[in-house]
Design a protein around this ligand. Structure first.
Ligand code: SF4
Length: 493
């Protein structure tokens, strides 16, 4: 029964009916039935149960029952944190376990990361937001990165990636891990590339053993998830070059690997020796963030053959990683015009077996530098409605410079707004409850209530400060429309 209900939710939240319903962790009672009918007037029950049977059969054949038996670190982590995670996400514990086993949800957490609160990624868990920080050769200040970490966490980031490429990367990573109670991710290829380029060598001189050694070292340090561009094949790199893309390859890690493959005429070591990567990550429960090295870097490049070639590879790798007991998520685009976002998300989800999808944006226009956090949030909201599980922020500094603390704050908030907007459209109970609380407070001119319900309470308080003694706000003053009609209903009674 549980599997059948799980399948129902998968159908409803997947690609077949395009809409989902609030389950509130009470799906065992089929409490959602009336909501289903309301949410999807175009879908007959015959269609729903027909789809249910299809997914049920698929779930039977593809669910890797071995995940927990093969990944002892994950099993222990889940045993310890499941009750709290279920409460936090308002989901049934068995629903969480089943989704993790099936690979549509992941639990980010390396037992070596001290003081970590592990996090779930995969709808219907709350959509999560990641903030990228890290040094660059032109802005190398580790203390500033620690302040940016604090700013990201204070703004509500659910995860942070250290993308440092300058300075003592081990020291930076270790200190950020110690200061970060949320899952922390990295791109190990950066550290390998830094050593090679700083020594004045060519990336083509990289030895695959050095890459695997770096991954193993970072796993031992406690890194929770790693971007690894395993799906970028020699063939895909050549396709991207031959396609004469407007922007070519825009992934830093992807471009290094593509160069290595094309110069050496060899296959990507992360693809060729994928088992070696699995063997390293398994004991640490390091989640593979299967990178999109060929993601479009311009709207005009979205959806070309090279991009989909990589996605197909990622789907196969994700299925294999699950069979071996290693969790994974899929990284997604990238620059995608708004009208293509839904199709991209649904296509990627379908080809990767509904693995959690982690997207950069999607950035739905190319011409808004300085405002890319807004363009990214628009794409992100549409993406969440289409099935995205994890948003990687963009900041106002994107394409221009390294973000500062203010950029980090603005980026996290923009992505949190996008996640919330998408969740409202999916009728997620938490998002709807927040909306209801805000509207109740607004009706009552209850400014504390408004701050409490807001995504950014501190911003509400600071903008209100100048007129905080007034019961109305400075927008209308004594012309306040809310106040104008207060009490009129009672007089008529
Ligand atoms: S003053 Fe105007 S903007 Fe402010 S609460 Fe009243 S109606 Fe709303």
């Amino acid at each position: 029964m549980a599997r059948r209900l799980f399948a129902l939710q998968e159908v409803l939240s997947g690609h077949i009916l395009y809409r989902t319903v609030p389950f509130c962790g009470k799906n065992e009672k089929f409490a959602a039935e009336p909501a289903v009918a309301r949410a999807m007037p175009f879908a007959s029950w015959a269609e729903i149960f027909c789809a249910l049977r299809i997914v049920d059969t698929q779930a039977e054949s593809v669910m890797p029952t071995s995940l927990f038996s093969k990944n002892a670190a994950l099993r222990r982590l889940l045993d310890r944190h499941l009750p709290a995670l279920a409460r936090e996400e308002t989901l049934a514990p068995e629903g969480i376990t089943e989704r993790i086993a099936a690979g549509s949800m992941i639990l980010l957490g390396n037992p070596g990361h001290k003081q970590l609160a592990p996090g779930l990624v995969g709808q219907p868990a709350r959509v999560k937001v990641n903030a990228n920080i890290g040094t660059s050769p032109l802005c190398n200040n580790p203390a500033a990165e620690e302040r940016k970490l604090a700013a990201a966490l204070a703004a509500g980031a659910d995860a942070v990636m250290d993308l440092s490429i300058a300075g003592d990367l081990d020291a930076i990573r270790v200190s950020l891990l110690a200061a970060c109670p949320k899952p922390l991710g990295t791109v190990p290829m950066y550290a390998v590339g830094q050593k090679i380029l700083d020594a004045g060598h060519e990336i083509a001189e990289m030895r695959p053993d050095d890459l695997f050694a770096e991954i193993e070292k970072q796993a031992g340090q406690g890194v929770d998830f790693m971007t690894v561009h395993c799906g970028l094949s020699r063939r895909g790199a050549q396709m991207a070059v031959d396609a004469k893309r407007v922007m070519g390859v825009v992934s830093r890690g992807g471009s290094m690997l593509a160069r290595w493959m094309l110069e050496n005429n060899r296959e990507n070591p992360l693809l060729e020796y994928f088992d070696r990567l699995i063997d390293i990550c398994l004991p640490y429960n390091v989640t593979l963030s299967l990178g999109d090295g060929l993601r479009p870097g311009a709207g005009a490049d979205a959806g070309d053959a090279a991009q989909w070639e990589e996605v197909i590879n990622l789907g196969n790798l994700a299925a294999y990683a699950r069979e071996r007991g290693v969790q994974c998520m899929i990284e997604g685009p990238g620059h995608v015009p708004l009208h293509l976002v839904r199709g991209q998300i649904q296509g990627i989800k379908r080809l990767t077996g509904n693995a959690p999808l982690y997207v950069l944006g999607p950035l739905c226009c190319d011409s808004a530098p300085g405002y890319d956090h807004i363009a990214g949030a628009i794409g992100g909201a549409v993406g969440v409605e289409a099935g995205v599980d994890f948003l990687c922020y963009l900041t106002p500094a994107e394409h221009l410079t390294l973000p500062d603390e203010d950029d980090v704050r603005a980026g996290v908030m923009a992505s949190r707004v996008a996640a919330h907007v998408g969740e409202i459209s999916l009728s997620r109970p938490g998002a709807l409850a927040r909306e209801a609380a805000m509207n109740a407070a607004r009706r009552a001119l209850d400014w504390q209530g408004m701050a409490k319900a807001a995504l950014d309470p501190a911003r509400v308080c600071s903008r209100r400060k100048e007129h905080e003694k007034e019961d109305v706000c400075a927008m209308c003053g004594k012309f306040c429309a809310v106040k104008m009609l207060q009490g009129t209903g009672r007089r008529h009674e």
